[in-house]
Design a binder for this molecule. Structure first.
Ligand SMILES: *[C@@H]1O[C@H](CO)[C@@H](O)[C@H](O)[C@H]1NC(C)=O
Ligand SMILES: *[C@@H]1O[C@H](CO)[C@@H](O)[C@H](O)[C@H]1NC(C)=O
Ligand SMILES: *[C@@H]1O[C@H](CO)[C@@H](O)[C@H](O)[C@H]1NC(C)=O
Length: 291
């Protein structure tokens, strides 16, 4: 088993040498890039593929997934979240592989009463293990306009961005015995569903169905800088081997570090790495790296 882990990485570096060229092309056609997976007509692709909407009512939510699988990438999506009284609703946008030892990189947006703040919940699963939540308020109203939510995933790091501001970094700490997502290709998934048993103020505020249908909107998907997994190999864009590319980026530059500190100081409301009650035997090893 141990040796098989290295195979995708080798294939990955082979593809960096320019052997294959099956890469994601032009940005943003939802017909081309995504399949609607559930919701019985509640998920819609509109405006010639430039806009996608998910809808939730008392009977059902809805969701979609990417046609491609990716192994590493910089992936952007613009979302406009459910406006008004969105309490009880959750809009999830994430990357995930399949199976009980899956990897996953999550954004989840927990709705709220009109005028009260959404919570942006993030998590990273590696080899089936999560429990790495960080939660944030946002510095804008995410229901008024579209904002860009990005995941940069390379062999060194996973970085979550909101409008180009990094909000979270999960570093590869395999040297400390912490598995890192790097061998399992992932698809992009999104869904809008009712989670009023836990989402808003821990489940105290329930979904008000008189406001249904609840609608979240998506546009400007961009995976031009992502490596598409196909026939057992990952194909990266040809410019991804240069030193300023996302794929080789090992650390955040100083401007980005200032930004991530600003977000974490002013907007972070939960960090598993500070939750000593939850980890009485000691915080997870990677927490010694987290700023
Ligand atoms: C990047 O790959 C191209 C071929 O795709 C090659 O010509 C170039 O030398 C490579 N650059 C580096 C820095 O490895
Ligand atoms: C909703 O608003 C309340 C009150 O401001 C706040 O405590 C809570 O964190 C907000 N977000 C969610 C998702 O509960
Ligand atoms: C290197 O990659 C960066 C980021 O993707 C890109 O902006 C730049 O044009 C690339 N440079 C070359 C020489 O390919």
């Amino acid at each position: 088993m141990a040796t098989s882990c290295y195979r995708p990485m080798i294939l990955f570096f082979i593809s960096l040498l320019g052997i294959s060229s099956l890469m994601a092309t032009s940005a943003g056609n939802f017909y081309q890039d995504f399949d609607i997976t559930w919701g019985d007509g509640r998920a819609k692709i509109l405006e010639n593929g430039q806009l996608l909407t998910l809808s939730l009512d008392k009977a059902s939510g809805s969701g979609f997934k990417s046609k491609n699988e990716y192994l590493f990438g910089k992936i952007d999506m613009q979302l406009k979240l459910v406006p008004g009284n969105s309490a009880g609703t959750v809009t999830a946008y994430y990357l995930s592989s399949l199976g009980s030892t899956h990897d996953e990189i999550d954004f989840e947006f927990l709705g709220n009463l009109t005028g009260e703040p959404y919570i942006m919940h993030t998590n990273v699963f590696s080899q089936g293990k999560g429990n790495r939540e960080q939660q944030f308020y946002l510095w804008f109203d995410p229901t008024k306009d579209f904002h860009t939510y990005s995941i940069l995933w390379n062999p060194q790091s996973i970085i979550f961005y909101v409008d180009d501001t990094p909000v979270r970094e999960f570093k590869n700490s395999e040297t400390m015995g912490v598995p890192f997502p790097k061998n399992q290709p992932m698809r992009i998934y999104s869904s809008l569903w009712n989670a009023d048993d836990w989402a808003t103020r821990g489940g105290l505020v329930k979904t008000d169905w008189t406001n249904a249908p609840f609608i979240a909107s998506y546009r400007n998907f961009n995976a031009d800088q992502a490596c598409v997994w196909s026939s057992g190999a990952s194909s990266c864009p040809s410019n991804s081997n240069n030193s300023s590319s996302w794929i080789t980026q090992a650390v955040l530059d100083s401007t980005s570090q200032e930004k991530i500190k600003w977000v974490q100081k002013n907007y972070m409301i939960y960090n598993y790495c500070s939750d000593t009650k939850r980890f009485p035997q000691g915080l997870p090893p990677e927490c010694s790296l987290t700023s």
